[in-house]
Write a new protein. Structure first.
Length: 341
């Protein structure tokens, strides 16, 4: 039970998880355009609308506007008139249908699936085993990453510097490019930082096997989470795609830097508020560019979830949380599933 206080506020936070199509057993048969929608409120035609004039018009069940029925409901492909049959129209019998959206429903042609992994290689991430395990799992799951043959992938590592990897197909080993300016992070080159997975699978596996070795002696304790996101913007915002940020500690350098919360006499829910709007604003900008952001968090201490989670919350992404990763090896299976979700 939740008891209300004298001020009218409730003393417990609520969360709600909604999973559409959870109990769907059979695949839906897509319906071809046109897609009948109300001219006023844009409600889709559904089993609860009212048909008038022998089915020639339908009354919206939301705003009561009368709309004309598309000619396809009365004429076949050869132009011959056919009887109006409600039973043959899934959209008039089921509240769950799938439409094949026409070109006017898209802002641009479908793009290739592009994945950009931002990997924290600070000393805590290395010593906990997060870097080694993440690279191993990603190498094993390259074939299972969603997308067609155009799917592409890039990797950027970071601590107090940003480490890019040029995967030029005609070169031998991947070339590491280092950027130390966090105030205005830039891309050293746009060539071959993101490569086709099918064409460069061997190069990607080679790089993923090299990364734990390259940074195994790293003693840098800080992680520039904000600057690496800003740099990722230059790589992926032109095409859209998905950013996955793997982080072992709160960002401690540059923009979006974590400031430890001190004691406060304010109401408890202030601790659940973001410290600043950097991550929210970044996510809102990413959404406009068709970019989603997933966060994989591996903290041994406080990581300021309310601030960081805004990055995924406002970009249709997910937050995957693995507290005390070094002590809980069961997380390996979870990470394997989450990485290719």
């Amino acid at each position: 039970a939740v008891v209300s206080t004298q001020s009218g506020h409730y003393g417990r936070a609520f969360g709600l998880v909604i999973q559409p199509f959870k109990d769907l057993e059979d695949e839906l048969q897509p319906i071809s355009p046109p897609i009948p929608r109300c001219k006023v409120c844009r409600t889709y035609i559904n089993p609860y609308v009212q048909l008038n004039d022998g089915g020639r018009r339908w009354k919206c069940n939301i705003c009561s506007r009368l709309n004309d029925m598309p000619p396809d409901y009365f004429y076949g492909e050869d132009g011959r008139r056919i009887p109006f049959d409600i039973g043959s129209r899934p959209e008039l019998n089921s509240a769950l249908v799938e439409y094949l959206a026409p070109s006017e429903y898209t802002t641009r042609p479908p793009q290739a699936a592009i994945y950009l992994y931002l990997l924290d290689v600070s000393v805590g991430a290395v010593q906990s085993g997060m870097v080694k395990m993440a690279c191993k799992i990603l190498a094993e799951e390259l074939d299972n990453i969603p997308g067609d043959k155009r799917a592409s992938l890039g990797i950027v590592c970071f601590d107090t510097k940003l480490y890019y990897f040029n995967l030029y197909k005609n070169s031998g080993q991947p070339q590491m490019l280092v950027v130390s300016d966090l105030s205005e992070p830039f891309i050293p080159t746009l060539d071959e930082l993101i490569v086709n997975i099918d064409e460069s699978k061997d190069k990607l596996k080679s790089l993923l096997s090299m990364i734990p070795t390259i940074f195994e002696s790293n003693k840098c304790p800080d992680a520039a989470g904000g600057p690496v996101l800003s740099a990722a913007k230059e790589l992926i915002f032109r095409t859209g795609g998905r950013i996955s940020l793997l982080l072992s500690r709160p960002p401690s350098m540059g923009m979006g830097m974590y400031k430890k919360r001190g004691p406060t006499n304010k109401v408890e829910n202030m601790c659940l508020s973001p410290q600043d709007d950097f991550y929210k604003n970044f996510a809102l900008e990413a959404t406009q560019k068709q970019v989603g952001i997933d966060m994989f968090l591996f903290p041994n201490d406080d990581i300021d979830m309310p601030t960081l989670s805004a990055c995924s919350q406002f970009s249709a992404g997910s937050v995957f949380y693995y507290p005390q990763y070094q002590k809980r090896k069961k997380y390996r299976l979870r990470l394997c599933v989450d990485t290719t979700a």
